[in-house]
Design a protein around this ligand. Structure first.
Ligand code: GLY
Ligand code: MN
Ligand code: MN
Length: 463
């Protein structure tokens, strides 16, 4: 964990931001796979980690703003637990490490909260995304699950998003640790890519790398020769000559900071000329997008810049036609890139998405578009120094979408559907890096992972 003073500073700032009442952060519990003693890999709640740092199940944190007091609730293990789990430090000793002096058993939480409510204090909490925590909110605060969203504290949401969106040096260091493991994951995948291999051999190997370096993967590995499916978790295909592998994967550091990288690899070791043309277009969109990043620019404008590069390149290839700016304004390019350019990243790979995508990526000056494609942009608002975000353009040929649009003659003035047919089996290409917004621009985080056609070809299949 970080130094105790970091957690204390965060909680003290939170008190000022929220103003009054008590703030409840519920940590996560173990989540059973098939019976209670056989749980999934434990993942602590990210906001709990951010403000209370302790990485184990069954904890709750309380920030009493009115009485300037922080508490952690949780149970110490008994001798039976020690037999199975080994010695566990006492909660009070662990709490000191995150700057918290007061601890209490979990069954005191309800009483403490009831006292706060009796004293007229508002209890602030974030929207729970796990059923166990929905049930706890019901029990602790008497709020029925269906109505919880109406009681989520707007002040707390705003405060947490404000703090977690701006990363300090220690957090950037963690992201770069995750990126170091991700470098190994991606270069290993490139080396392993050759005809005859199965996707699962590569996805398993890179997940193993993530596990051997920290906390495992930051999201389930997306690795497929069917890269036209944006988040493809099926790894059962055998790699064949002429196909490409989209590998969207990243590691989590031991303090649970994420990395999120995508590379596209030619199975045969060489991109065909047709593949290289599309690849270079995605790369150009990514590089120009990255270069546009600076404080004060809206990420929606960066997205629009990148998709304009894509639309104009697709026009040169004969896939699109007409006025490029008009085509982008209408959303015609979304046939080829039906997703946003990127998202914030930190303790979550889609940072704070549990708190609310609109609360994280949009603000009073930036409304979400309803247009297909642009509507999926997770981050649109003005960027600030300290923001960490992904830049991940792609070009995909999705047969079901092509068929739907061409049947509707949708955007026929901007799309040449006959030409698109020639790419029907092309699959997809995505390239993704993680970028820090600095005081005067940007810094691409982590050691460069092969990205140009030449560099990717040079390493592919070398194992
Ligand atoms: N890894 C999922 C994404 O790129 O958003
Ligand atoms: Mn990704
Ligand atoms: Mn991403």
């Amino acid at each position: 964990m970080f130094d105790a003073k970091i957690y204390k500073q965060r909680r003290d700032r939170l008190k000022k931001q929220v103003g009054s009442g008590v703030i409840l952060f519920l940590g996560n519990d173990e989540s059973p796979m098939n019976y209670p003693a056989n749980p999934y890999h434990f993942r602590q709640d990210s906001s709990f980690l951010y403000f209370f740092g302790l990485d184990s199940a069954g904890l709750a944190g309380l920030v009493d703003i009115d009485n300037n007091k922080d508490m952690i609730f949780g149970n110490d293990v008994d001798v039976e637990d020690i037999i199975w789990m080994g010695f566990q430090p006492l909660l009070k000793d662990r709490a000191v490490k995150v700057g918290v002096e007061e601890t209490a058993p979990l069954d005191k939480l309800e009483e403490t909260l009831k006292n706060s409510l009796r004293n007229g204090q508002k209890v602030h909490f974030l929207h729970p995304y796990r059923v166990e925590n929905v049930v706890k909110i019901e029990q602790l605060l008497g709020i029925k699950s269906a109505g919880i969203k109406d009681y989520v504290s707007k002040e707390l949401v705003k405060a947490v998003v404000e703090q977690r969106s701006v990363k300090i040096d220690e957090e950037i260091e963690q992201i770069e640790i995750a990126l170091e493991a991700s470098y190994k994951m991606h270069t290993t995948a490139m080396k392993m890519t050759k005809p005859g291999r199965y996707e699962i051999e590569i996805s398993g190997a890179i997940e193993g790398i993530a596990l051997s370096h920290g906390a495992g993967v930051s999201f389930p590995v997306i690795l497929s020769i069917d890269g036209q499916t944006l988040h493809n978790h099926y790894h059962g295909n055998q790699l064949k000559e002429g196909r490409m592998v989209v590998n969207d994967s990243g590691a989590e550091s031991s303090l649970h900071y994420a990395a999120d990288i995508t590379r596209t690899i030619p199975v045969s070791g060489k991109f065909s000329p047709k593949q290289a043309q599309i690849y270079n277009l995605v790369l150009k969109a990514q590089e120009e997008g990255i270069q546009a990043i600076k404080p004060g620019i809206k990420y929606r404008d960066v997205h629009l810049k990148a998709v304009t590069v894509i639309a104009s390149g697709l026009k040169e290839l004969g896939l699109m036609k007409g006025d490029v700016d008009e085509a982008v304004k209408a959303g015609a390019h979304a046939l080829f890139m039906p997703h946003g350019l990127g998202h914030m990243m930190g303790l979550d790979v889609h940072d704070m998405e549990d708190i609310g995508e609109d609360q994280v990526g949009y603000d009073n000056n930036t409304n979400r578009s309803e247009q297909f494609g642009l509507a999926y942009l997770r981050l649109a608002k003005e960027l600030k120094p300290g923001n960490v975000l992904t830049v991940e353009p792609g070009i995909y040929f999705i047969p079901a979408l092509i068929d739907k649009w061409s049947k509707e003659d949708k955007f026929a003035e901007y799309i040449d559907y006959n030409k698109v047919e020639e790419y029907r089996d092309f699959s997809g290409i995505r390239i993704e890096d993680d970028v820090l917004v600095t005081d005067d621009g940007y810094r691409v985080l982590g050691k460069p992972i092969p990205k140009t056609v030449e560099d990717v070809e040079a390493i592919t299949g070398t194992e």
